[in-house]
Design a protein around this ligand. Structure first.
Ligand SMILES: Nc1nc2c(c(=O)[nH]1)N[C@@H](CN(C=O)c1ccc(C(=O)N[C@@H](CCC(=O)O)C(=O)O)cc1)CN2
Ligand code: MG
Length: 292
């Protein structure tokens, strides 16, 4: 009997395949051109979740046959210290990709840091120049990893998105805004909801594609979903349970599953794609040095 599991979009398996392909391409780049794709990962402070993500990125980079360089600054590091480190990484020709793990401590201006990374090494795609390229539909910049991963998962179940009504719930610079731009470029009619939106449920009920990126556990309810919609859950929310804690998405999964045609689980959906796409961007950054 069907229990809905056939509707699950398995991001973990998709990401594993992508990482295998990247490994082969990285190997070829090294063998043919002597270029070892290298990612510098910078973390400031001791946020435990960030430490887990940084370790995952370092491990995934090495498993993909690439090199990683980790830099850890103390939680009271100044913006100037961080900018000095970024300047050194920008100037180092052996480093192809640079990322600063977010969030950064409050004494550091996030945008000043992101805009200090050389755009051609900005594998997170957060630099204002790469954001601008995406905004005007140019394909020559880096696209942020989470929206890129969402788009890949979406296209794995619906290869042509042209004409679809999409709702993006959340307008962050890291996910919501770039996601909306990617979907528009794929031919979707896109609505972005945000904190001031009057009726998010009503907007969502019209959607063939729902991207939930609000950072609010279980926000999207079963009766918000048009029958047959595709639901991509970007949320990563830690909630307390009797046994301790667990990670849930922005979608009330059990309620939404019966209505959706396809849905990403949390964990195991979008999250693993974020890191796989980071590896892909790093490989592209390294490859671009051939034509620079
Ligand atoms: N510089 C950046 N900072 C941050 C980014 C980013 O893309 N660049 N995104 C997030 C954190 N993040 C990567 O950095 C990230 C978050 C979650 C996952 C993931 O695989 N999640 C798992 C569940 C994890 C768990 O159980 O704890 C999943 O969804 O299956 C990967 C990367 C903010 N900062
Ligand atoms: Mg996930």
């Amino acid at each position: 009997m069907e229990n809905g599991s056939e509707k699950l979009i398995n991001g973990r398996a998709f990401a594993a395949r992508l990482r295998r392909d990247i490994r082969e391409e990285a190997h070829a780049l090294h063998a043919q051109h002597g270029i070892l794709p290298t990612l510098a990962v910078v973390m400031v402070g001791e946020d435990p979740a960030s430490a887990v993500y940084v370790r995952s990125k370092v491990r995934a980079t090495e498993e993909a046959g690439m090199r990683s360089v980790a830099h850890h600054l103390p939680g009271d590091a100044t913006e100037e210290e961080l900018l000095t480190l970024i300047a050194a990484l920008n100037a180092d020709p052996s480093v192809h990709g640079i990322l600063v793990q977010l969030p950064v401590p409050q004494q550091i201006r996030r945008d000043a840091v992101l805009d200090a990374i050389a755009p051609e090494k900005d594998v997170d795609g957060f630099h204002i120049v790469n954001a601008g390229r995406l905004a005007v539909g140019r394909r020559d910049g880096f696209v942020p990893c989470t929206p890129l991963g969402c788009l890949m998962l979406l296209k794995s179940v619906l290869p042509s998105l042209a004409g679809q009504q999409a709702v993006v719930i959340g307008a962050s610079n890291i996910v919501g805004r770039p996601m909306a731009q990617l979907l528009q470029q794929e031919g979707c009619t896109v609505t972005v909801t945000h904190l001031k939106t009057r009726d998010v449920a009503a907007e969502t009920r019209r959607a063939d594609i729902v991207i939930a990126a609000a950072g609010h556990a279980g926000l999207v309810r079963g009766d918000w979903i048009k029958p047959g919609a595709i639901v991509i859950d970007v949320g990563i929310n830690r909630v307390q349970t009797e046994e301790g804690s667990r990670i849930v998405g922005d979608v009330a999964f059990d309620e939404v599953l019966p209505h959706a045609a396809a849905i990403t689980p949390v964990p195991g959906g979008v999250g693993p794609m974020t890191i796989a796409c980071l590896l892909q961007n790093t490989l592209h950054a390294a490859r671009k040095t051939l034509s620079a």
